[in-house]
Write a protein that binds this ligand. Structure first.
Ligand SMILES: NC(=O)c1ccc[n+]([C@@H]2O[C@H](COP(=O)([O-])OP(=O)(O)OC[C@H]3O[C@@H](n4cnc5c(N)ncnc54)[C@H](O)[C@@H]3O)[C@@H](O)[C@H]2O)c1
Length: 258
């Protein structure tokens, strides 16, 4: 068991990519603290982790809030012990062209995706640095490498995650701590699927949501098929095990960013 006696903390772990990352670490032997703004779905993931045979705890957190993030780290350590691995995955999206984008849209996306990653990383480093060990993985996106129309605020937040990750990685590089960003391509979670997801809202006239989803995979991805949440779990486990990989923004995107 690669991560036996290790503790991983996953934000936004209640569903989608975060849930798959939590389960990937559990299968690799880690105990997993699952944090989410929706504590009920965090509990569902924690129950799945326990079914894999690992210890787990569900924590309610709003990653936008400094006190809430501090309490999350304290609760994870109280329940499971020292945090070795943290995946700052909580994120949100909205779709608006630059002319319609208002200050509230901008602030909401930046608060979760950028400020949330900053606050989480800061609180995690505060407990990791004295122990001179840590693996931090910040969830960015291919939208952190290239811009998308109607997603300027989301792209800005994900470019911010990559720049922040790069800078902090250098700051702690000699302290046994790696900090990397993971850039998913297109994953069929709630962010993409359904009427409220990207494929629903980017439908062409007469197209169903399913057809829109198929079209986006074919047109955006050289491999022609979406990535899975499990693909992201696999990369997160790799990054947590790679002693000499730091400051990187690794795409798992089926060739999108080639
Ligand atoms: N799905 C994709 O194609 C895709 C592509 C690139 C990047 N990403 C990134 O991957 C991450 C996970 O996305 P997903 O597709 O699983 O989406 P999702 O919406 O299924 O999951 C996001 C999770 O974050 C939680 N969350 C939202 N706001 C929060 C807050 N303020 N505090 C704590 N938790 C909060 C939600 O409750 C949810 O459980 C996000 O950072 C997203 O930007 C996703």
């Amino acid at each position: 068991m690669q991560f036996e006696n290790r503790v991983a903390l996953i934000t936004g772990g209640g569903r989608g990519i975060g849930q798959a990352v939590a389960l990937a670490f559990a299968r690799a032997g880690a105990d997993v603290a699952v944090a989410d703004v929706d504590v009920a779905i965090a509990q569902e993931t924690a129950d799945l982790v326990k079914r894999v045979g690992r210890r787990s705890t569900a924590i309610g957190v709003d990653v936008r809030d400094v006190d809430s993030v501090g309490a999350m780290v304290a609760a994870a350590e109280q329940a499971l012990g020292d945090i070795d691995i943290a995946v700052n995955n909580a994120g949100v999206i909205s779709i608006k062209g630059i002319a319609e984008l208002d200050v509230e849209d901008w602030d909401q996306i930046m608060a979760v995706n950028a400020r949330g990653v900053f606050l989480s990383t800061q609180a995690e480093l505060a407990v990791m640095r004295p122990r001179r060990f840590g693996r931090i993985i910040n969830m960015a996106s291919i939208a952190g490498k290239v811009g998308f129309p109607d997603l300027s605020h989301y792209s800005a937040s994900k470019f911010a995650v990559i720049g922040f990750t790069n800078a902090v990685a250098k700051e702690v590089a000699a302290e046994g701590i790696t900090v990397n960003a993971l850039c998913p391509g297109i994953v069929g979670t709630g962010m993409w699927r359904g009427e409220e997801g990207l494929s629903g809202r980017w439908r062409q006239p007469g197209e169903s949501e399913e057809q829109s989803w198929e079209r986006h995979q074919k047109t955006l991805l050289p491999q022609g098929v979406a990535q899975t949440p499990e693909d992201m779990g696999q990369m997160a486990v790799y990054l947590a095990s790679a002693e000499h990989v730091t400051g990187q923004a690794i795409a798992v995107d089926g060739g999108f960013s080639l």
